[in-house]
Structures are given as C-alpha cells and as structure tokens.
Design a protein around this ligand. Structure first.
Ligand SMILES: CC(C)(COP(=O)(O)OP(=O)(O)OC[C@H]1O[C@@H](n2cnc3c(N)ncnc32)[C@H](O)[C@@H]1OP(=O)(O)O)[C@@H](O)C(=O)NCCC(=O)NCCS
Length: 206
C-alpha cells in the first residue's frame, strides 16, 4: 500500500526550475504545465484559496511537519527538510501526471499559508483510489477550515476525476479528522494499514 509514486523518482528540482519561463522561475512554480492546468480553474472556497506548491514553499510545507501535534496522527515523526523536499517533488508529479494533487492552501483575505489540502492518489490494498487530504497549521485549527476544504475537494474530485468514490484515510484516534469526514458525508468503509500504521478508511460515493 503506497501513495502512488512514493518511490524516489529521477526528478531534478533545480532542472525543473531552470526549464521554466522567467516569470515562473522567479515564483519557483514546479512546471509550467501545472500552472496552465490550474490557471483555468478557480480553486477557491468561501475562505480559502488553493494553488500548486512551488519550490519556494518548502519552508511553509516543512513547518507543518516539525510540529509534534500536527504529525501526531501522521506517523508521529518530525520530518527533515530533505524528506519534505522529496514529498513536494512527489506532489508535483501528481499534478503533472493527473492534474490533481495536494495544494498550498491560504486564507483569501490575507494570503497567509494555513496548510496543505487536496487530492492524493493511493494504491490501498491493491486498489487505486483518491484521498481527500487535509493538514492545517495548529494556529488555524477549530475554525471549520478543514471541513470547508474537505467539502471543496470532494466536490472538485467528483467533478474532475473518473472515480465512483473518494476516501479520507484517518488514524482511528484522530477524532477531529473523523468528525470532518463524517460532517461531509463520509462513512467508515474499512480498517487497514499503511506502512504498519492503523488506518480507518472513510468513504463517500459519487
Ligand atoms: C484534523 C484537522 C485537519 C482538523 O482541522 P480543523 O480546521 O480544526 O477542523 P474543523 O474546525 O473543520 O472541524 C473539526 C471538528 O472536529 C471537532 N473536534 C476537534 N477536536 C476534537 C476531538 N478531540 N474530539 C472530537 N471532536 C473534535 C471540532 O469540534 C469540529 O467539529 P464541529 O464543527 O462539529 O464542532 C487538524 O486538526 C489538523 O490539521 N490536524 C493535524 C493533521 C491531521 O491529522 N490531518 C488529518 C489527517 S487524516
């Protein structure tokens, strides 16, 4: 069971940046085709705006994975900057390959980074499927932002992916995340494991 593309790819971060047109290079966007795809879409909910991650977003991305409370139910381990850089490359690959992936998530009012949310391809128990994923910086918990983002990505996922269902893969003790899933109409589908970690798969059908 693995997040699709989780094996190290021969993706060269610096090479990608060098290939970009100047204005995109300056913003460090990971691949002009990603921009073209997303420029055509209005990726925003009531309070949030979503865009693909850029190389320059590494610090924000990493900040999530250095907070023990944030990673508590995400394997529990603080990640290194290099691990986060690899994850960003993986996510850029999802956008390139599928036109969907986790996104830099910010407040519309101030532009502040609040977390990463979006769609993640998985192979779970031999089945390819898509997860609605959401992780927010602790400062922004308890304001309904995860519920808002999750509802947005469920709707966006069904509109843009040829799938009959979407899932959220949640540690059984992650009560806040379970509440978010259930509030948006997901129901417990099955209990399984990812890399030795217990996971409850919550599911919503099209
Ligand atoms: C899980 C997480 C995304 C929730 O974000 P959030 O923006 O605070 O979520 P929301 O405010 O939209 O909703 C949380 C709901 O859970 C409830 N809740 C929060 N903590 C709870 C707890 N310990 N037990 C039960 N319910 C809880 C809230 O009351 C709220 O429900 P309500 O709207 O009915 O009052 C956030 O805590 C987070 O980023 N955690 C770290 C990363 C993570 O675990 N991501 C999920 C991976 S599956």
């Amino acid at each position: 069971m693995a997040e699709i593309g989780s094996r190290r790819r021969s993706f060269d971060w610096q090479d990608t940046l060098r290939q970009l047109p100047k204005n995109e290079h300056q913003h460090g966007v990971l691949g002009s085709e990603i921009c073209d795809n997303l420029k055509m879409q209005n990726l925003e909910s009531k309070r949030l705006r979503f865009r693909p991650f850029a190389a320059a977003d590494l610090a924000e991305f990493w900040s999530l994975d250095t907070d023990p409370e944030v990673v508590r139910y995400l394997g529990g381990k603080i990640k290194t900057q290099e691990q986060c850089r690899e994850r960003l490359e993986l996510i850029a690959g999802h956008h390139r390959e599928h036109g969907h992936g986790l996104c830099f998530t910010q407040l519309k009012t101030t532009g502040e980074f609040v977390g990463r949310t979006g769609l993640i391809p998985w192979e779970l128990d031999g089945e390819k499927l898509w997860e609605v994923g959401y992780t927010f910086a602790r400062k922004y918990w308890g304001q309904g932002l995860a519920s808002e983002a999750s509802a947005f990505w469920i709707s966006h996922g069904f509109a843009g992916l040829p799938v009959e269902f979407l899932v959220s893969l949640i540690h059984p003790e992650n009560a806040a995340s379970i509440r978010v899933a259930e509030k948006n109409g997901m129901q417990l589908w099955k209990q399984t494991e990812i890399k030795g970690l217990r996971i409850n798969a919550y599911r919503i059908n099209r």
